[in-house]
Structures are given as C-alpha cells and as structure tokens.
Design a protein around this ligand. Structure first.
Ligand code: FAD
Ligand code: DHB
Length: 389
C-alpha cells in the first residue's frame, strides 16, 4: 500500500491530523495497535483550550462539542479551607470548554468513517524504516499477515510508549524528565458535580481536584502514592479523603455515589528533542508528557497537530518546506511553555514527601500572591486558556 502520510497511533492526535490532512486533499493511513472500543474506553483529559476548540471546528468535528460541552469562564483555587476564583474571561477575554477526551475521540472516529478515512486497528509490531531517506516505509502485522506501507512522511502519534520516538537514533535524541513522587487517584461517578467550575485544592493531606464531564457525571482526583493498591481505595475511602481536602462548603454539598471508573496515574514531566528526524515527525505524548495539573496534555498534542497540518499543507499545496523545516522548533517553543506551567502548578498545589517548612511557606505565599494580584491571575489565566499557536 502507498500513502502520503503514514500516521502511527489512532488516539486524538493521530485521528485529528488524519482528519485535517484529508480535508486538505492529503492522503493518510492510520495504524492503531488497539481495538476501537479499547481506545474509546480510555478515560483521560477533560478540559479543552479555546485553540483546541477552534482546531476541532476547523476539522469539522465541533458540532456535538458545542451542543454538549460546557464553557467555563473561570476556575477556583482553594487552600486552608478557603477558595478564590480566577475569572479567565475578565482577565484575558477567553474561556475553556469542558468536553471529555473520550467524546473528542468518538467524534473524530465518526468523522473519519464518514469521509472514508483508513484507520487500521489491531496493527501489531509496527516498525518504522528508512526515515532518513527519501522513501520511508512502515511495516506491521495484522491477522498474522505482514503488510508494508510506503509513504512520504511518518507522523508518530503513538503516545509515550510507542515505537516512533524510539526510532530516532540515541546520538540525535535528547530527553528531559522529572518524575513526581506521587500520583493522582481519579474516579468517575454518575453524580452531579459539586461545583459548576473546577476546584483545584491545596491541602496538608495532599492535592485534590473537583472536575466534571456533564450535569450527572463528575470526575474527582486526590493526590495519592503511585504504588497504593487500588483495593485500599474503596469508594468510601475516596469520598472521605476528598471531603477532607476541599473547602467545607464544597465538602458539605458533595453528592457521593458508586464510582464507575477508578485508577491511579503517575505524574511526569518529559520532553524529547528534536520533534522531527528526517521523514519522521513526533506529535503529542510521543514527544512530551506533562503532569495533569492544568489539563495541558491533550491540548499540547493538538497544538503539535496544528503546526504539522500547516507544515504538510504548505509542502504539498505550495511546495514550501519552511513549515517542515521549522516544525520541531515551533512546536517545542510552545511545549516548553506548557511544561513550565504544568510543573509550576503541580509544585504549587501538591504535598511533596520532603517538603520543608520553608517550602510550605513558599506554596502558601504563591497562593496568597495569586489571590491578591490581578497580574498573577492574568498570567495563570493566559496559560490556562492556552497560549496562542
Ligand atoms: P495517546 O492518546 O496516548 O494516543 C496514542 C495512540 O497510539 C494510542 O491509541 C495507542 O494505542 C497507540 N499506539 C501506541 N503504541 C502503538 C504501536 N506500537 N502501534 C500502533 N499504535 C500504537 N491529560 C489531561 O489534559 N488531563 C487528564 O486528566 C489526563 N489524564 C490522563 C490519564 C492517563 C492515564 C494518561 C495516560 C494520560 C492522561 N492525560 C491527561 C494526557 C492526555 O490524555 C494525553 O496527552 C493525550 O491522550 C495525548 O494524545 P496522543 O494522541 O498524543 O496520545
Ligand atoms: C481534568 C483533569 C485535569 O488534569 C485538570 O487539570 C482538569 C480537569 C479532568 O479530567 O476533568
């Protein structure tokens, strides 16, 4: 088989890139290791920056998001049993959209089906070849038969564990990493959200976050040891812990119920450079990971898709390779700013095992400054709603 762009990974970045390129008349094949049901069953991000919303509109998949998503014009931060609100709209004139990654992915699969896009599921042993030549190709096995796809470019949208980043020689690849000494225990429950807007809470027992998916679906997180056995976290234990960490009025209003999903995610900051090597582009989690505080992971992936879509359109439609040549530099400039924001928010809101009384006072001062300073709130809002592409 031959295609112009072979996309590895059918998560949100791979599907969105495929959809945008298809609309520009550029042919793609998406190779996904898992089944569609598996990909659609993953509960992940929940908050979209406005740039991501606009990109989904540009891809022609925004209609359901605008109907069913929730526009949030601000968020709450809480500490010492008190909360204060940061108004994004007032500070920077922008807002965010609460609409789950699961829904974004479902809308993209629907659109790919409607346009007759090729997405090959359960592709095993995906291997990238000759990326530093003018004729790269990808091999994979499906139902016991080996296949080969010849292409002009390979887009590595295969997440942190995929084969794309590992295809770049060690002599070229530089990796930067910080692993945080805790995880996030998250649950989804069919209960009304405690607050219409999100609450990010700093507490001496650890961080907590109240989020939502819709009027009857809540998403809550508490900071927890990453190796805690899930059995330890009965629903009752989770609700008790969450209530201790959020302001009293919220704890009193919290409606609890059985969890329908429960998992612990590790927290990590990670960046791989460069994001292009020869005919390979890295996109999304394949190139970078952020800790979830601030909801940047999915949005950063969408930023990369924007730059790559523009670069490939110029390459094919205008015979202009400036975008291809500068993809890595442009994407990384934005990535590092979001890495900084996610790291800063994580540092300000979590309890670290080796936290000294001085560190503790620094956190309290950070929050007190944020509460009292319009300039500090503007900086947080500017980053939260998303820096421009
Ligand atoms: P992915 O979504 O990881 O998609 C990569 C795809 O590639 C997957 O479908 C995978 O199956 C496929 N793939 C992997 N290996 C191969 C292979 N060998 N061959 C073919 N296909 C392959 N972000 C937030 O903003 N908020 C959150 O609350 C949040 N929670 C998260 C929880 C978890 C457990 C994880 C892992 C991430 C979370 N994130 C969150 C981050 C966010 O979900 C990611 O940033 C986003 O999914 C990135 O999209 P992606 O398409 O680049 O990668
Ligand atoms: C969600 C996750 C985040 O990391 C965040 O900062 C906000 C919301 C969520 O899953 O809803």
């Amino acid at each position: 088989m031959r295609t112009q762009v072979c996309i590895i990974g059918g998560g949100p970045s791979g599907l969105l890139l495929s959809q945008l390129l298809h609309r520009a008349g550029i042919d793609t094949v998406v190779l996904e290791r898992r089944s569609r049901d598996y990909v659609l069953g993953r509960i992940r991000a929940g908050v979209l920056e406005w740039g991501s919303v606009e990109l989904l509109d540009q891809a022609g998949v925004g209609a359901r998001m605008h109907r069913e998503g929730y526009v949030h014009t601000g968020t709450y931060l809480a500490a010492q049993n008190r909360g204060f609100r940061i108004d994004f709209k007032e500070r920077v004139g922008k807002q965010v959209m609460v609409y789950g990654q699961t829904e974004v992915t479902a809308d993209l699969y629907h659109a790919r089906d409607e346009m007759g896009g090729t997405v090959i599921h359960e592709a095993e042993g995906v291997t990238l070849h000759d990326l530093d030549s003018g004729a790269p190709y990808v091999t994979y096995t499906k139902d016991g038969t080996e296949h080969r796809i010849d292409c002009d470019w390979v887009a590595g949208c295969d997440g942190y564990h995929g084969p794309s980043r590992k295809s770049i020689p060690d002599s070229v690849l530089r990796e930067y990493e910080r692993v945080y000494p805790f995880g996030w225990l998250g649950i989804l429950s069919e209960t009304p959200p405690v607050s219409h807007e999100l609450i990010y809470a700093n507490h001496e027992r650890g961080f907590a976050l109240c989020s939502m998916r819709n009027e009857n679906l809540s998403r809550y997180y508490v900071q927890a040891p990453v190796d805690d056995p899930l059995e330890k976290w009965t629903d009752q234990a989770f609700w008790d812990e969450l209530k201790r960490r959020i302001p009293e009025d919220a704890a009193d209003a919290l409606v609890t119920g059985p969890s329908i999903e429960k998992s612990i995610a590790p927290l990590r900051s990670f960046v791989a450079e460069p994001m292009r090597w020869g005919r390979l582009f890295l996109v999304g989690d394949a190139a970078h990971i952020v800790p979830p505080t601030g909801a940047k992971g999915l949005n950063l992936a969408m930023g990369d898709v924007h730059y790559l879509n523009e670069a490939l359109k110029s390459h094919y439609n205008d015979r202009d390779d400036h975008g291809v040549e500068t993809y890595s530099e442009r994407a990384l400039a934005r990535v590092w700013k979001s890495e900084r924001f996610s790291w800063q928010l994580t540092t300000m809101l979590h309890r670290f095992p080796d936290q000294s009384p001085f560190d503790q006072r620094m956190q309290e001062s950070d929050l007190a400054y944020l509460e009292s300073s319009e300039a500090a709130q503007t900086a947080l809002a500017e980053n939260y709603v998303g820096l421009p592409f």
